[in-house]
Ligand binder design. Structure first.
Ligand code: CP
Length: 309
């Protein structure tokens, strides 16, 4: 279904394809490590394969979970973890880098500050490119692990989700909104006016039949949803820092707020800054650390499907 394909945008997926990846992740979770019955188990499914992590923007979860996913499946990893430690610092362009690195490996995970960088890289690569985040564009494997988390909560077919925070620059919410339109989710967009979901994305979603409600106030929607999906205000994407200062700290999830909907599941792609009170981490509702762990089985699934022999 996917062998040797590039993974650039969630718009490129059908629901059937996403379900296939999520089912594979479930099969492979036994090898993802952590605690319990999977601890210490390793597979040789990708023995002899090499993943190149090319990260031109900071990352903790995506880069490390791709690395762990590959290693737990018996493969190997080569890394560029920042532009400063690669020949990009000497002025090499991305096209030349991709032409070279795609001859060193079997698959590339690329994070880049420029929207569209992964799609461009794909046209010069001899191996599959996985978009690991392109500026304010997309982050499709984050969406897959978000969907996996929602599926584990048995909410995928009855989802009412509030996407909260920076909907303008947040690539995780762009990717996720497109994918959720395939599942008939009711979407609540909560952001300051200056950080609304881009109009073209809303138009695409409406054309796909999505049910969308917009607000600037979490309290207006909290009782109507079963998932709160928080995002960080993406300071690094603001052309003008004074504009960032106007919206920084707009939303804060507190234990008091969560008590207004005791069953609500709280998700966040992380890193979080100040949008969730530390006490909320201890609540049953908080799923964001489990969500980050699911990056391993989901990226195992993506790697194994793309590199199937
Ligand atoms: N969620 C996510 O992309 O985290 P990192 O930036 O740490 O990779």
């Amino acid at each position: 279904m996917f062998t040797r394909r590039h993974i650039i945008s969630t718009r490129d997926f059908t629901r059937e394809e996403i379900d296939h990846i999520l089912n594979r992740a479930e099969e492979l979770e036994i090898y993802a490590g952590g605690v319990g019955k999977g601890a210490g188990r390793k597979s040789d499914l990708l023995e002899g394969k090499i993943l190149a992590n090319l990260f031109y923007e900071p990352s903790t979860r995506t880069r490390l979970s791709f690395e762990v996913a590959m290693k737990r499946l018996g493969g190997e990893v080569i890394n560029v973890s920042s532009p400063e430690t690669s020949s990009a610092a000497k002025g090499e362009n991305l096209v030349d880098t991709i032409k070279v690195v795609s001859k060193y490996c079997d698959i590339i995970a690329l994070r880049h500050p420029k929207e569209g960088a992964s799609r461009m890289a794909a046209s010069f690569s001899s191996v599959p490119i996985i978009n690991a985040g392109d500026g304010a564009g997309q982050h499709p494997t984050q969406t897959l692990l978000d969907l996996y988390t929602i599926k584990k909560e048995n909410l995928l077919d009855k989802l009412k989700i509030a996407l909260i925070g920076d909907l303008k620059y947040g690539r995780t919410v762009h990717s996720l909104a497109y994918a959720l339109s395939l599942y008939g989710a009711k979407l609540f967009f909560v952001s300051p006016e200056a950080l609304n979901m881009p109009e073209e994305i809303k138009m695409d979603l409406k054309e796909a039949g999505a049910d969308i409600f917009e607000s600037t106030d979490i309290k207006e929607v909290i009782k109507d949803v079963n998932v709160l999906y928080l995002t960080r205000i993406q300071r690094e994407r603001f052309p003008d820092q004074t504009e960032y200062n106007k919206v920084a700290g707009t939303y804060r999830i507190t234990t008091e707020l969560i008590r207004e909907n005791e069953g609500v599941v709280i998700m966040h792609p992380l890193p979080k800054i100040d949008e969730i009170d530390a006490e909320v981490d201890q609540m049953e509702n908080a799923r964001y650390f489990t969500q980050a762990f699911y990056g391993i089985p989901v990226r195992m699934a993506v790697l194994s499907i793309l590199l199937e022999r």
